[in-house]
Design a protein around this ligand. Structure first.
Ligand code: F0G
Length: 464
């Protein structure tokens, strides 16, 4: 008899089912809760110390993961599947769909560190994935499960990055994909990707939350595999950056991870990764995880500040369109991560996001607006004394700067914010904006004119 490699456990009522028994909306039929994938080493399974001898060996795993870096096998070259020992979710490895995702850089941001008053600051750039966002790490996992379970159609509702990733991985696997996106409310770069990769793209005249409602209904009426982050297999791939960060820091545990919060799955995926490493003895402590939301899309922040801890969906609005989400599916998982690991939730304004994005860009790194909320939020955590100078902090940059080039162009041309928004910026931040803004200069093709412009620019230019 085949032994199941994993189970699904309802995060609300604790009911455990086999992976193949899950319904099409990935919700518990008894309590509507979301599932987590569990293994013998999952902290939640409560395996006793006596069972420890059945668990994978920490040093053997570290050695194996390092060793695979020199292999030419596609699944070894993937920075997700290299860690496959900790997410045995696919029965036939031939069904694994990989674009060699993961293996993303961990950059230092010395100028941002100085600006915020920290000794150092790190950024794990998940925008350096094949389709330009962290979604690839989850999509390779869940789409491989779809292929393994012989689905022909896959679908997601998205603010743009999930759809880009899903379309690409579905195309690689030869599956058919349907994307539901809010009309007019996603960045063009992302919309173009789902078309490029051949998805059926449906723009619904609603917001992201409305798209989720329609798709949730559809999957109960048509055999489509749902690839939104309620699908717990997505999170199994999205936990692997936690392993990579530890490898990149030579297994020295950082103090604090800062993530943007939208539908709120990524924060919980990273938390799961760190908790499983801890359970296996790969690390001796777990970093705090803080979640940052845009002020205009802040249901978790409101929950966090509410003494009764009630989640109330909001009508979302922010220029950081990736996280323009008012009714986040995974909020309870994210809330658990904050409560268990001891991080915080913060919100940041449109002005703060724009400044943080320009500061990250000026380090030669760049990211999309939704990623920049991490640095904007970190400034608040430092100001509140929640993060101290010597702590080792890692920002998770979730998307590539080219995902939303219109935002960047509007910012540098001074066309992003309204007059009213500009008027609220402090004099200190106004000066930073002025030094960071680099609008293109239009000149006649005459070298004297160009030279003159260069001279006046050099007089003005101040290092930021
Ligand atoms: N950053 C970026 C660039 C994103 O695209 C998203 C989510 C998030 C942060 C938030 O992550 O939802 O796990 O809290 N984008 C989804 C999408 C919703 O459809 O692409 P989360």
């Amino acid at each position: 008899m085949k032994v199941a490699t994993h189970h699904l456990r309802c995060t609300e009522c604790g009911a455990v089912i086999t992976g193949s028994a899950v319904n099409s909306i990935f919700r518990c039929p008894d309590c509507n809760g979301l599932y987590d994938v569990i293994y013998p080493w999952s902290p939640a399974t409560g395996s006793s110390e006596a069972n420890n001898h059945n668990l994978p060996n920490a040093s053997a795993l570290r050695w194996l993961w390092q060793e695979r870096r020199t292999s030419t096998l596609p699944i070894d070259q993937s920075g997700v599947w290299r860690f496959r020992d900790l997410f045995p979710i696919v029965e036939d490895p031939a069904n694994i769909v990989t674009l060699r995702e993961g293996n993303t850089p961990l950059y230092d941001l010395p100028r941002c560190a100085k600006a915020v008053g920290l000794d150092s600051l790190l950024a794990k750039h998940q925008g350096m994935n094949p389709t330009g966002s962290f979604k690839d790490t989850g999509m390779t996992a869940a789409l491989s499960v779809a292929a393994d379970r012989k689905f022909e159609w896959v679908a997601c509702a998205s603010t743009g990055n999930t759809s880009a990733a899903m379309a690409a991985y579905a195309a690689r696997a030869g599956l058919r994909s349907i994307v539901f996106i809010p009309e007019g409310k996603i960045a063009w770069g992302k919309l173009s990707q789902s078309m490029d990769y051949g998805a059926l793209t449906i723009q619904l005249k609603t917001d992201f939350d409305g798209c989720v409602r329609i798709l949730t209904d559809l999957v109960t009426r048509f055999p489509i595999y749902l690839l939104n982050s309620v699908n717990p297999y997505r999170l199994e791939g999205q936990k692997t950056p936690a392993f990579e960060i530890l490898e990149q820091l030579e297994w020295q545990v950082p103090d604090h991870i800062v993530v943007p919060g939208g539908n709120l799955a990524n924060s919980s995926a990273l938390g799961k990764g760190f908790m499983e490493m801890h359970r296996l003895g790969l690390i001796s402590r777990i970093p705090k995880i803080s979640i940052i939301q845009a002020e205009g899309a802040n249901p978790l922040y409101r929950w966090y500040m509410d003494s009764n801890r009630i989640m109330r969906p909001v009508t979302a609005d922010t220029r950081a369109t990736a996280i323009r989400i008012g009714n986040p599916a995974s909020w309870r998982k994210a809330a658990n991560v904050i409560d268990k690991l001891g991080g915080w939730c913060e919100q940041v304004s449109e002005q703060e996001i724009a400044l943080a994005k320009a500061q990250i860009g000026a380090e030669g790194v760049g990211c999309e607006p939704a990623s920049a909320v991490t640095f904007a939020g970190l400034k608040k955590l430092v100001a509140l004394g929640k993060v101290t100078r010597e702590e080792r902090v890692v920002l998770i940059l979730t998307g590539h700067t080219l995902k939303d080039s219109q935002y960047t162009i509007d910012y540098h041309r001074g066309e992003l914010l309204t007059e009213a928004e500009n008027a609220q910026i402090s004099a200190e931040d106004q000066a930073l904006h002025a030094a960071l803004r680099k609008p293109p200069i239009v000149l006649e093709p005459d070298s004297d004119v160009v030279l003159h412009a260069l001279e006046s620019h050099m007089k003005l230019a101040q290092p930021v």
